[in-house]
Design a protein. Sequence first.
Length: 405
Amino acid sequence: MDLPGVDLQEVLEGLAERLGRGVFADSVDGRLIAYSRQDARADQARIASILARRVAPELRAWQNRHGITTATGAVRLPANATLGIQARLCVPIRHGGRCLGYLWVPEDGEPLDGTALKATADAAAVLARLLGEPADAPGERDDLVRRLLEPDQPGASARDRLTGLDPSLIDAQVLVCAAVPTVRGRDRVRAMSATEFQSLGAALPRALRTDPAYVGCFVTTGHVTALSRHSSHGPSVLDRALRRAARRPFAIGVSDPTPLEVPAVREAYRQARVAAGAAALDPALPRILPWPDAGPYRILMRTTPPGPPDPVLASLERAGDSAAMLRTLETYLDLGCDVQRTAATLHLHRTTVYYRLGRIAEILGKDLRDGLVRSHLHLALKARRLNRAGIDLRAVTQAGSAVSL
């Protein structure tokens, strides 16, 4: 069979039609890779696997006890009424000395003959080549990473293809890093020009592929995303690559480490993008911002969509010299209400800071010594940054790529 243009589904459908019975394939960690539409002989265990997109742990353990993990040829498994499984044939899908998964054919009361066994072995060989051969195009892994992370893409098939290319990813912890272009003062996000987008799209993957932890990356006009194995140097590798490939500053958000499972990595993608957007808008935050350090932005992204802005700052915004007052208040709260550090950061005398804080309290009609008042004002100031930039971090969590952060 020629491989160009052939996909996993086509192989399984062809084999099912030839055998007159349903077939399916799963990965070594029990994830359902694909299954044929022919399912008249489907047993309870297979139906459950299709619905859950994975093999139940107790069934996988029972199957492994029959030696399928080390087998190089077909293995016949007996029926098991307790597990809801009929007798079935397993053909390991092997490539380059590695077991990438298993091809399954039901045999209850009707074992395959020699011709059917050969057809099944041939199909397993084609599946092995499809799952295990290195990518034909250098950008395939990058495309798979995008399909894995973007919520409107078929993430399960992308994940299975990635683990087929590199089975070590099956049990790996990974990080998602997102980078958004910002300005030197870090008070807004700026979209990339068409020239910058094309330049980064070509240069960044080449630079990142030298990192052993690298899995894949992709570039949009609003952000850059890189997926790598969990390591302490992952964000700094992306930062260095961006410095070489682009002529503008980037803020980088870093997700929590997570297993390479579709829901988990898509949540990590949202974490990284929210953290990157917050770091791009708020100079009080580190430019490379891990998700656990995103502070009030983690709360803001979970609140309900806003109506009018919180009125708590309205009187201050109407006051004379409001910009200086707002900056003083935000810096004071960012620095834990330390007047000396606030004065040093703003290059002011402490007396000036005390005077401004007194004026702010008077204008707002609030007691800045009250912890709840401080929390309310701090959140309102951070929300104000997002509103002024026209960014709703909740949209990142709800719509994935719909917003160009």
